[in-house]
Design a protein around this ligand. Sequence first.
Ligand code: ZN
Length: 356
Amino acid sequence: MFYKQFLEITDVLNADFVENFDYWLATLPRNRQKNITASMVAAKFDVKYSLAELILKYAEQQKILEHYYLVKCPECDDTLLIITENAVAEILSAPIYCSECERNEKLTTDDIYISYKVIQQPDITEEQLYQAIEQKIIKNGHITGNFINADSLSNNVETLYKEFYNPSESAYNNLKTLRKKLDLDYGKNTTAKGYSLETLICTLFNEIKGISCTRDIRTETNQFDCTAFCSVKTSKLSIFDYLSPYFIIECKNEPNDKPDNNYCNKLLSIMETNEAQIGIVWGRLDATSTCFTLSREHYLTHKDSSRNQIIVTFCDIDLDNLIDKKINLLKYLEIKISGITLGDKNIISKTFKDTN
Ligand SMILES: [Zn+2]
């Protein structure tokens, strides 16, 4: 092996494949050490796409490769931009000018491709490398077709989740500080007590790019605890279809009191009079099981109407999952909602049971 790191995985993956990949990577000419995609590796070595993806991710973990995104024009296929982490959400939210087509193009996840480049050269001398190359004959020629749809972000939902929700360490620390404030002694000041939970929840949801969560929305009859506006539309993360145009959160900072049907009914009646598709009851203890039953029944009677009306409940356990275990909030919401639509109220603990 040229890259010693690959020795670790010859038992796990197909040994021939690992050896061939190692050789190929180590002997790639400098000008071809970029634009490496999973589909290209899969085709070159005749392995499954998932296996190619696995070895690329492993090489990235080992700091041999680094991923980046190529943004391509949907019309002319010209590369418009090369971007790194955390820029995807912005790219999807505004059109980009293509100088080839001479107009602004609205991009989707189909136009963004994950590629890798070599950032660590193998630990061998030029001479060893030369000999190795001599022993095998490299099939030369321009590699075309590196980019096929399988490499686009549309097929990497996990990456997309992370692009839209990826709190920094300091953001997590801030959430922890806010969580501690939930249990301060507020005496008779129930407003301050309620406010502490609302602040935490608003801060949490504001970590999602494209979501703007506020405590300031009131109607003639209601003040909503938290209202979150969703400006993102991407058909590839269906969670945003549920979250748009906005969703409403009722908070209940009562450490000894389970939220019951009254909360769900209140939220459902509010949702009857606006466009929210998701209502969240956020308590400290897990809501009574009748909340789940009520939400499920409401879903079943409305599922063929033009929009969803789904209530999901959150509690301290969820806060721990999101803040301490750092589970992605978008994925978490998606699973929560699936719990109602599938009718499985234990779906969260089953889905995330291996998360530490
Ligand atoms: Zn173009």
